[in-house]
Design a protein around this ligand. Structure first.
Ligand SMILES: C[S@@+](CC[C@H](N)C(=O)[O-])C[C@H]1O[C@@H](n2cnc3c(N)ncnc32)[C@H](O)[C@@H]1O
Length: 264
């Protein structure tokens, strides 16, 4: 399957850079601060798939020392333009090697995995992100539910893509973000909750908690399906222990073994 990251595009980056938190996006971010403070202890974070920096600026506002990383130079350029003091970096595919192992309290990933095809690629990336986390660190991942691709929403439309209904987990789907000026469809990868669970297990993550926020009638938006169907799913993940260890842990383990050997 050929998949093109829709965000490696100057026009789309321009349009996305103007986006704040309207409608369905409000619902994505509404509970994030509370969830983060409930699960994360320290304040050092990586924002994986930071795009034009909206999620990075959000983390900075709530007190996190944050580095935003993205594969799209078009998106990172806009992030730097909006927040010149911020730390934004372009990374390669599956590439988190330039960052210190076991150094981060939080890796946040908002809407990023909607753009990552293939189970093996996802596992490779997830393992890399796992290595960045401290022992008690958390990966908090927010992505689209399969429902988003077959319904209408305050900030998204899928009515022109009836073929989405036949898409299986891992396949391409199309969606239009009505909240930005660029009305070209975006290509995403649909992924079921069952498949997320399998992927987390294979990446040595424990699933700590899952949230599917619903909108409330008294919120100041013209909700379409958001009060009864959840467009987003939020996973809180922690490092699984007793199984695969990070490179740094393996190094420490080997040093301990060497010392024990010397004194035996
Ligand atoms: C929809 S944007 C979300 C931006 C931001 N997190 C937000 O909430 O506004 C998704 C981003 O994920 C990025 N992305 C896709 N695959 C990636 C990968 N393998 N590594 C890093 N970033 C990736 C895309 O380039 C895009 O900028």
């Amino acid at each position: 399957m050929v998949f093109h990251n829709s965000w490696e595009d100057t026009k789309r980056a321009e349009a996305y850079a103007k986006l704040e938190f309207p409608g369905t996006y409000y619902l994505a971010y509404r509970d994030l601060q509370k969830i983060i403070f409930e699960h994360v202890q320290g304040r050092k974070a990586i924002d994986f798939g930071c795009g034009t920096g909206r999620s990075t600026r959000f983390l900075k506002r709530i007190g996190f020392n944050t580095t935003g990383v993205d594969i799209s130079k078009e998106m990172i350029n806009k992030a730097k333009e909006i927040d010149p003091e911020g730390d934004y970096r372009i990374i390669g595919e599956c590439d988190s090697n330039e960052f210190s192992c076991s150094a981060y309290d939080l890796v946040l990933s908002v809407f990023t995995f909607d753009n990552i095809p293939g189970v093996e690629r996802r596992i490779k990336i997830l393992k890399g992100l796992r290595d960045l986390l401290k022992r008690e660190g958390r990966l908090i991942m927010l992505d689209a539910t399969p429902e988003i691709y077959v319904n209408e929403w305050a900030s998204f439309s899928t009515k022109d893509f009836p073929e989405n209904r036949n898409a299986k987990s891992g396949e391409k789907v199309k969606i239009i973000t009505t909240a930005i000026e660029d009305a070209r469809p975006i290509e995403d990868i649909i992924w079921t909750d069952e498949d997320y669970k399998v992927t987390f297990k294979k990446s040595n993550f424990d699933q700590i908690k899952t949230y599917k926020p619903l909108a409330k009638e008294n919120e100041p938006y013209k909700w379409i399906n958001e009060t009864s169907k959840a467009p987003w799913i939020i996973y809180v993940l922690g490092k699984k222990w007793g199984q695969a260890k990070s490179q740094e842990e393996i190094k420490i383990f080997k040093i301990i073994l060497d010392i024990l050997f010397l004194f035996s």
